[in-house]
Design a protein around this ligand. Structure first.
Ligand code: SF4
Length: 167
């Protein structure tokens, strides 16, 4: 349907400048390359129970491993499907770090410091849950973002700094 409503979303990919800037994104759309999230889920990290400073250290190390793996995958040297799923991954580590940040919330510049994991609310009135206020198919984005799996837009309730997520 989007082809009728937004023919520019097809035509935009014949623009060399757009293609150059969004080459990897376009390859993901065409199923030629995996999303970075999937690559992150294959990078092994140690135990997630370590203190915060150790977790950040692990994050730094894992970021390097992630970048190398991504390069190898993009160059066709490694296939994502050939890699085992680790017990704990770089993606899990990011989730754990997010939870630790929520426990003394400094997700935004207000830096309330409340423990959202215990149900406390800061200025945004959010606890550890995300509340979706609306979700709909969205055809009004810039041409490269239509349809591409980014055309369903969820608006988060209350948080005005992280309002949208594209799925
Ligand atoms: S306003 Fe919300 S997101 Fe920002 S620091 Fe406070 S509790 Fe965290």
């Amino acid at each position: 349907m989007w082809r009728v409503i937004r023919p520019d979303s097809i035509n935009v990919w014949s623009n060399e400048q757009v293609l150059t800037r969004l080459r990897r994104y376009y390859a993901i759309l065409r199923d030629e390359k995996p999303a970075k999230m999937l690559v992150a889920s294959k990078v092994e990290v140690d135990d997630l129970n370590a203190p915060l400073d150790k977790l950040w250290h692990q994050h730094q190390k894992a970021s390097g491993k992630f970048r190398s793996l991504l390069r190898e995958i993009d160059q066709g040297k490694v296939k994502l499907s050939d890699l085992d799923i680790p017990k704990t991954s770089y993606l899990d580590l990011k989730v754990e770090l997010s939870k630790r940040i929520l426990a003394s919330c400094h997700f935004c510049e207000r830096r309330c410091g409340v423990n959202r994991m215990e149900g406390k609310h800061g200025a945004c009135q959010l606890n550890a849950k995300s509340y979706v206020s609306s979700a709909f198919l969205h055809f009004g984005e810039e041409a490269p973002l239509v349809p591409s799996g980014t055309n369903a837009r969820d608006s988060f309730w209350r948080c005005n700094l992280f309002q949208y997520v594209y799925v």
